[in-house]
Design a binder for this molecule. Structure first.
Ligand SMILES: [Zn+2]
Length: 250
C-alpha cells in the first residue's frame, strides 16, 4: 500500500504530495520542480510537451482509430462504450548521445567460418521513462519534439495528473546505456553469427527532463474492457488493445 506524503513547495509554499519512491516533484500551483529529499531546485532543463486535445476530441480520435485498419471488428466503433479518459503527464528523461560499438565475431555461414570486425555508430535522443513500475511502451513512442516548450504549469489542465519522477538522471543514463547495448548487440547479430567481443562507448550530452501528455483510455466492447494509450500532442494511438475479431459462420 502506498502512503502519500507531503512537503512544502520551496518556491510558493503550497503543499506538494508525493508517493514513496518519487524523487523529483513538480508543484501544481507554480510549476517549480524540486528534488524531494533536499528541497533544492531541480537544475536540469525541464520541458513540457503540450496537450492539443480536449476529452470530446479524444472521443473522436478513438472512434476513428476503431474504424481504421483491417484487424478490428466491424462494429467496434459503433458499439464500443468509452468508459474512461484520463490525461496524464508522464515524466521522461531524454538523453542525447552517440553510441559507438566495436565488435568482433564469427561468420559461420561460410566454410570455413571467417572472423569479422564491425562497427556500429549511431546518434540517439534516447527516451527513458522516469517511473519504475509503469507499463508504458517507450520504444513505440516517439516524443513529438516540435511541441516542446519550457515547463509551464499554466498549460497543464486542472483535470490532468502530473506524475513525479522515480528515477534520477544518472540512473536514467545507465538504463539508456543498457538498452542501447542490447539494441547494438541485436544489430551486430545481423552481421555475424557469433559475437566474440563487443564494446560500446557512449558520448552523452545534457539530459532533458520532460513531461509528455498521454491519454489513458478504457473502452468496453461486448462486455469486455480494453485499453488505449493516445499521444496528446499528435492525437495518434501509441498502443491499443483490439478485441479478437470473430471469423467463420455465425
Ligand atoms: Zn509551488
Amino acid at each position: 500500500m502506498s502512503i502519500v506524503q507531503e512537503i512544502r513547495c520551496s518556491n510558493c509554499g503550497a503543499p506538494i504530495t508525493f508517493n514513496p519512491g518519487e524523487i523529483i516533484a513538480t508543484c501544481r500551483y507554480c510549476g517549480f520542480t524540486q528534488v524531494i529529499e533536499t528541497g533544492q531546485s531541480f537544475v536540469f532543463e525541464h520541458s513540457l510537451i503540450v496537450n492539443e486535445y480536449k476529452p470530446e476530441q479524444v472521443d473522436d480520435l478513438v472512434r476513428n482509430w476503431m474504424r481504421s485498419g483491417f484487424m478490428k471488428p466491424s462494429d467496434m466503433a459503433r458499439t464500443s462504450k468509452i468508459s474512461e479518459e484520463n490525461l496524464m503527464y508522464l515524466p521522461f528523461w531524454m538523453i542525447p548521445l552517440t553510441a559507438t560499438t566495436m565488435y568482433k565475431g564469427v561468420f559461420e555461414r561460410l566454410t570455413p567460418p571467417v572472423m569479422k570486425d564491425g562497427k556500429i555508430e549511431k546518434k540517439y535522443n534516447w527516451l527513458v521513462l522516469a517511473r519504475k513500475a509503469a507499463d508504458f511502451p517507450t520504444r513505440e513512442y516517439e516524443v513529438p519534439l516540435e511541441g516542446k516548450i519550457p515547463y509551464d504549469f499554466k498549460k497543464v489542465e486542472s483535470f490532468a495528473k502530473v506524475l513525479n519522477s522515480e528515477i534520477e538522471k544518472d540512473e536514467a543514463l545507465e538504463i539508456a546505456r543498457q538498452q542501447i547495448e542490447g539494441l547494438h548487440r541485436f544489430l551486430a547479430q545481423q552481421d555475424v553469427d557469433k559475437i566474440i567481443e563487443m564494446k560500446t562507448d557512449f558520448d552523452a550530452g545534457d539530459a532533458i527532463y520532460l513531461h509528455a501528455p498521454i491519454w489513458f483510455v478504457a473502452y468496453e466492447y461486448k462486455r469486455e474492457r480494453y485499453h488505449i494509450l493516445l499521444d496528446g500532442a499528435t492525437g495518434s494511438v501509441i498502443k491499443g488493445d483490439i478485441p479478437p475479431a470473430k471469423f467463420g459462420l455465425v
